[in-house]
Design a protein around this ligand. Sequence first.
Ligand SMILES: Nc1ncnc2c1ncn2[C@@H]1O[C@H](COP(=O)(O)OP(=O)(O)OP(=O)(O)O)[C@@H](O)[C@H]1O
Length: 434
Amino acid sequence: MSLLRVDNLTMRFGGLTAVSGLNLTIESGQIVSVIGPNGAGKTTAFNAITGIYPPTEGTIAFEDRPQLRPFRAKTLLSALAIGLLVGVLSWIAAASVDDLWKAAIKRQLSDGVENFSYGTALRDGMAYLRGDLAIDKPRRSRTWQVVSCDGEVELLRGLTLEAATLARDRLQSGEYEFQDSQLRVIHPASGEVIFQAEDRDSLDRFRTKLVSTKQAGEDQARFAVRVGILGFLIGLSGTLVVWRRTRRSADYIALTGIARTFQNIRLFQNMTVLENILIGMDRKMSNNLLAMALRWPGLRRAEAECSKQAQELLRFVGLRADQMNLLARQLPYGDQRRLEIARALACQPKLLLLDEPAAGMNPSETVELMGLIRRIRDRGVTVLLIEHHMNLVMGISDRIAVLDHGVKIAEGTPEEVKRDPKVIAAYLGEEEVS
Ligand SMILES: Nc1ncnc2c1ncn2[C@@H]1O[C@H](COP(=O)(O)OP(=O)(O)OP(=O)(O)O)[C@@H](O)[C@H]1O
C-alpha cells in the first residue's frame, strides 16, 4: 500500500495550467523531494494534496482512500437534526405570523378587528372576521367597510372612517334596522338612511361567505404545517449540499494524517511558541463546551499531557525551553521555521509536507535542518519536500520528482535525476552537475 498516490492531477486557474497530469506515488518511510524552477507548480501540487484547492482533474488517495469525508450515520443524523430545527422554526414563524399581522392591523385600526386568519386572508385577499361588527380596511383598499358577521357577511364598502364608525356604533347600539333585501341601514326613529348600497350588483361583488373561526383556524394550522415541512426539507437538503461541498476540506485531510508548513512562514505571530504548538494539537483536544467551562479534571489532565508533548516537540526541533513563552514573532527567522515544523508535527501526521523549509536559512542552519528532516523520517513520518537548496535535496532525498511548467519531466533517485539531460536543461544547469 502506498501512502500517497496522486493520479493525473491537473490544476487550472482560469486559462493557466499550473499542474498538468501529475502522477506521484509516495511510499511510507521515505523522504521525497519535488524540485523545479519558479512557477513550475510545486506549491500548487502541495495545495491540492492538502485540500486547499480541489483538483481540477485527477485524484489523490491517501492510504489508498480518496480524500473525502465518508458519509456516516452521524452525518445523516446531523442533517436530520438541522432539518428538524429549521422545520420547527419555520412552523413557529408561520403560526405566529398570523398574530403579527393581526397586531399590525390592530395598531392601524385600533378598533374592531378580532379574529381572522393570515392564511385565508392571503388566499382571498381579505380578512375574515368573527364576532359582531367590525370596521376594516382590506389590504390595498383605500376605503373602510363595516362588516357584519351574523351569518352571512355583508360588506358595505366605500365609506369614510367617520361614516363607518358611526354606522357601526348605531348598528351595535340597536338603533338600526338592517334591511338585507334593500341593503340599507336605516335609523328606526328618524328614518335616516345611515348607508345604502348603490345597487344590488355592486354589493354582490363584495358578498362573501363567512369562514367560521374553526375553519379559519384549521386553514391556519395547515398553512403552518406546510411551511414547517418545507422548512424541514430545505434544512435537510441544505445541510447535505453544504456537507457535500465541504467533503474534501483541509481540516479533514489534516485529521487523516497530512500536515504541512508554508513557503512564507504562517505562524500565529502574537501567540507564544508553546501556544503555537498546542494549536497543532487542537483537534485532539475535547470540544465539549461544558467540560471546558467547568474545567473538568479529565480536560486538565489532557491539557497537561499536550503541554508535555509540546515541550518535547520543542526540544525535538531544536528550540530551547527558555524560548517557550516568547511570542512567535520574537524568534529569529530560522527558529520560526523550526516552530512551524513543530506545529505541523503536533498534528501527529503520517505525511509531512515541507514547502521550502530552508528558505532564508544560513548554511549552518541548513545543515541542522537536514538532520532534523532525517530525524522526522526516523520518527516514522514520511516527508514530502519542496526545496531549491540542491545540497539539501540531493543529500537527504530517497526520490526526487522534477516539475517544469506544471509537467513532471523526471523522477528517480538523486543520482538519476542529477544526470537526466531534461532536468539539467530545465533546472539544474551544467554547474550543479559537475
Ligand atoms: N491561486 C492561484 N491563482 C492563479 N494562479 C495561481 C494560483 N496559485 C498558483 N498560481 C500560478 O500557478 C503557477 C505555479 O505556481 P506555484 O506557486 O505552484 O509554483 P512553484 O513551483 O511553487 O513556484 P516557486 O518555486 O516560486 O514557489 C504560477 O504561474 C502561479 O502564478
